[in-house]
Each structure stands twice: as structure tokens, then as C-alpha cells.
Design a protein around this ligand. Structure first.
Ligand SMILES: *Cc1c(COP(=O)(O)O)cnc(C)c1O
Ligand code: SF4
Length: 458
């Protein structure tokens, strides 16, 4: 007879449960400007919008006595040099640890400081994804065969320093004049006509900008118009909102009701309507977030998350694991983690392909597979999203990764470059010499082409 020995699995360590510890209570009152703000006011989405910080003066007035004068001066210079306008919600301001703002993961995403800025990578451009080249009419990006991106709005409830669309999003800044998108229902007609004329388009991402900024009637106008196009099967409204202003879901009843009606109508038609959001740091998920997302869940509105891998925010394995577990805990599916796009003025936020590979390795296995994000690199030059691991060649020493995208742009090679300050001192010197840099890139392309024989290097 064989005796089976059941080995006891040791109990999970207490720190395993950190993802369930959500910030609760009136945490905003520690900010001087919000010390007398009661819960009803703090949860009011209109109050949040009215009190968003947009200038260094407003920032100073909000966090006076909390942040050092040196930090404020540093931020003032940072605001002046940024390619993005600045806008931060009181909710996000209240989550920053102002005793250590330089290292704070929320501050890093929204408030630039001049002292941390690094020179741009020599291969960097403003519209790194070539969205304008894949735009047949203003306000739409049609890159993949069966799905397209609709950009009906160019404003957001906050402005992220790392925004991919700094070429178009937000008001003009000292450093960038923005490209025009289609922003009114009249201008959207051309987009709807285009989608209607392309029977292969089954999946529409309504992004921007941010769907939070669309009034309820336009959520319904866009949602219903798209649902009425027979070949459109799936759509997603994309909003950063739940991450930085979750209370809107609790207090803007008209907006949530409009979204609910589109989702429910879609369901009766056999069509899938979802909300895609954008949490980056585990601290963004509080007890307010939990209540807000619970409301969506009860209404059957499913939420997926797309993060950006950001240095000092979520680029350590344990931090990403905490974020992913916490997302699952509040019923959000962690869908993607993007490599930071190669956009201007934010080299201090980018990290390497190798970091993504390492973080992914650690996170996979922590929770359900459907709650585990795919780490992708949206290949600069319009190659589309690629699994970070799927490079044809990766020169780790010089920070050059080469991708192919056979179903999107067959036969072409796409390059992603690690931030130069993360490379060895010798490699940093090589990048300073343009001739040597060109040779390194050429060599990486040659090796990638040698691996994938179909790849023609232009
Ligand atoms: C990301 C993206 C989509 C949607 O891609 P999924 O991988 O399905 O999430 C569609 N169009 C463009 C241009 C995109 O960048
Ligand atoms: S919310 Fe999205 S579109 Fe708006 S600034 Fe942030 S990343 Fe860009």
C-alpha cells in the first residue's frame, strides 16, 4: 500500500495581503487647502474639477507649508519646460506624500520638476507612434485591420506627463502647438461615415483625450451611433478618470447612467461595451475607488486596465505585483502594461525593455491569468503593440530592441530605444557620436533581419 503524505502549505505571510489595505477615511484633510473640506464636497466631481491644479501658483497655494520652497521652485521651472499642460485633481494631490515629493509615484506622473529632467534620446519624436500617418480623417487612427481608435475629445481630467498624444492633447504649451482633432458632434460625422464605409472595423476604442470629459449626451450619441453600425461588434470607452477622480462615478449620476444605457443596449444587441482605464500606481486605488468600481460592477460594466511602465512609479517587481493584485481585488482586469512611449521631455520616466521582461517574469504566477497583464511595446513608427518579449533582436548593451509586426506592417522593422542614462558609461559615450550610433542601430537591424528572413531593412 502506498501512503500519500499531504504536505501542509505554510500560511501566507501577512505582507501577502497588503493589496487589501486600501487608504480610507478623510485622508485629504492633511492638505492645507482641503483641511476643511467635508466628505460630500470632496466626493463632488464638480468640486474636483473646479479645484484641479493648473499652474505653479495654484500648486503653491494648495500645498503651502507641506512642500519645501526648493521643491516648489523646481516644479515652477518644470511646468515652464513641459510639453504637456499641467492639470492635477485634488484627489491626486491628496495622495501625494508631500514630505518626500521627489520620490512620490503620483507626483512623478503629473508634476514635472526641472532638476529631474534628462536630455531626450536622439531617436525620439513627438508623435512617436505615427498616429497622424494612420489617420484617414481627423479624429480617427486606423492602424490595425479590425479595430480603430476614435479621438472625439482632446481634454482630460488630468494631464499625464508621459502622454503618448502630447502632440494633440490639452491646450498649446510654450513648447508645443497641438494638432487639431475632431472635437464636435458635427466633426464626428466624418468619423462615423468612415467607420461605416469600412466593413472590417469591428472594434472601436473611444479615447482622446478622455471619455470622462464627454458630456452624458455625447456618451450616448457616440455609443448609439456606433452600436447602430452593423459591423461594429465591440467598443471601449477609455478614461483615466477612475484612477484620478473616482468620485465622479459616485456623484455624476447622469454620466454613469448614460454609460450604463449604452452598455445595456449593446448587450441586447449582442455587442460588447466596456470601460478601459489607466491605473499606474497601487496608491491610486483607495476605498473611494473601491466604492466607485463596485457601482460599475453591480451594473455589469466591466473594466480593464492599461498601465504604463514608469520609472519610480511601478517599475519594481513588487510594486507592479501590488498594483496587479489590487486591481483584481476591485474587479478590474489588468490588461496591458505598456513600455513608456518615446515622447519628448520625459526620459526620467522611461525604463528599459529588460526591466519590463524582469517585472513581467515576477508578476506572472501571482494571480489569475486573466488578471495578469501582457507587457507590450507600442512600436515607434506605427508597428503597433508587440509583446515585449517578442523582439527579433535586443542589443542590451546599447539599448536597441528591434520588432517586427507581420500582421500590421509586414516586412518592416521597428526599433525601441532604452533610455541612455540606464546604459553602461561606455554605451553612453557611444551614443554621443552620431556615426557610431548610426552603426549600432544598423547592426541591430541587420541582426534582426538575419533572424527573420522576411524582414527587409529599409
Ligand atoms: C491600442 C490600439 C488599439 C486597440 O488595441 P488592442 O490591442 O485591441 O487593445 C486600436 N488602435 C490603435 C491605433 C491602438 O493604438
Ligand atoms: S489621461 Fe490619457 S490622453 Fe489624457 S493626458 Fe493622460 S495619458 Fe494622455
Amino acid at each position: 500500500m502506498i501512503e500519500v503524505v499531504h504536505k501542509q502549505k505554510p500560511p501566507a505571510a501577512p505582507k501577502t495581503f497588503a493589496y487589501r489595505d486600501l487608504l480610507a477615511g478623510e485622508f485629504w484633510r492633511r492638505i492645507p487647502a482641503y483641511a476643511n473640506v467635508d466628505e460630500a464636497t470632496f466626493l463632488d466631481h464638480l468640486w474636483q474639477q473646479r479645484n484641479s491644479v493648473k499652474t505653479p501658483e495654484e500648486l503653491l497655494a494648495t500645498v503651502r507649508d507641506l512642500a519645501s520652497p526648493e521643491f516648489i521652485a523646481d516644479a515652477e521651472l518644470g511646468f515652464a519646460r513641459a510639453p504637456m499642460a499641467v492639470r492635477v485633481s485634488p484627489y491626486a494631490i491628496a495622495l501625494v506624500d508631500w514630505s518626500d515629493p521627489y520620490r512620490d509615484p503620483i507626483r512623478r506622473q503629473f508634476i514635472p520638476v526641472a532638476s529631474a529632467l534628462l536630455p531626450d534620446h536622439p531617436r525620439l519624436t513627438l508623435d512617436s507612434l505615427h498616429e497622424q500617418a494612420d489617420s484617414p480623417v481627423p479624429g480617427i487612427v486606423h492602424r490595425y485591420v479590425d479595430k480603430a481608435l476614435f479621438l472625439p475629445v482632446n481634454v482630460c481630467p488630468v494631464y499625464c506627463r508621459f502622454c503618448t498624444r502630447s502632440y494633440a492633447i490639452g491646450p498649446d504649451t510654450e513648447n508645443v502647438d497641438k494638432v487639431e482633432l475632431a472635437k464636435t458632434p458635427k466633426q464626428w460625422q466624418d468619423v462615423f461615415a468612415y467607420i461605416e464605409s469600412r466593413p472590417e472595423l469591428e472594434d472601436i476604442v473611444i479615447s482622446g483625450g478622455d471619455a470622462y470629459q464627454l458630456p452624458p449626451k455625447n456618451i450616448e450619441l457616440i455609443g448609439n451611433t456606433l452600436l447602430d453600425i452593423p459591423h461594429v461588434r465591440r467598443m471601449r470607452f477609455a478614461s483615466k478618470g477612475p484612477a484620478i477622480m473616482p468620485m465622479k462615478l459616485l456623484t455624476d449620476t447622469a454620466w454613469v447612467d448614460a454609460l450604463t444605457r449604452v452598455v445595456e443596449r449593446g448587450r441586447t444587441m449582442g455587442k460588447d461595451v466596456m470601460l478601459h482605464t489607466h491605473f499606474n500606481a497601487p496608491e491610486e486605488i483607495t476605498e473611494i475607488t473601491q466604492r466607485a468600481l463596485r457601482l460599475l460592477f453591480e451594473r455589469g460594466i466591466l473594466v480593464r486596465n492599461q498601465s504604463v511602465l514608469i520609472r519610480g512609479v511601478n517599475d519594481e517587481p513588487e510594486r507592479m505585483q501590488l498594483l496587479v493584485k489590487r486591481l483584481g481585488y476591485v474587479n478590474v482586469h489588468a490588461y496591458y502594461v505598456y513600455m513608456h512611449d518615446m515622447v519628448k521631455g520625459v526620459e526620467d520616466l522611461r525604463t528599459t525593455i529588460q526591466t519590463a521582461v524582469d517585472v513581467e517574469k515576477f508578476v506572472r504566477g501571482s494571480t489569475a491569468g486573466f488578471n495578469t497583464p501582457t507587457f507590450v511595446c507600442d512600436a515607434p513608427g506605427g508597428g503597433g503593440k508587440r509583446d515585449v518579449h517578442s523582439f527579433e533582436y535586443y542589443d542590451r548593451e546599447n539599448g536597441i530592441a528591434v520588432y517586427a509586426a507581420p500582421s500590421v506592417k509586414p516586412g518592416r522593422a521597428f526599433t525601441y530605444f532604452d533610455p541612455i542614462d540606464r546604459l553602461s558609461p561606455a554605451a553612453q559615450v557611444r551614443w554621443k557620436d552620431e556615426t557610431i550610433a548610426n552603426e549600432m542601430v544598423h547592426e541591430a537591424l541587420r541582426r534582426a533581419g538575419a533572424r527573420d528572413e522576411s524582414l527587409v531593412i529599409a
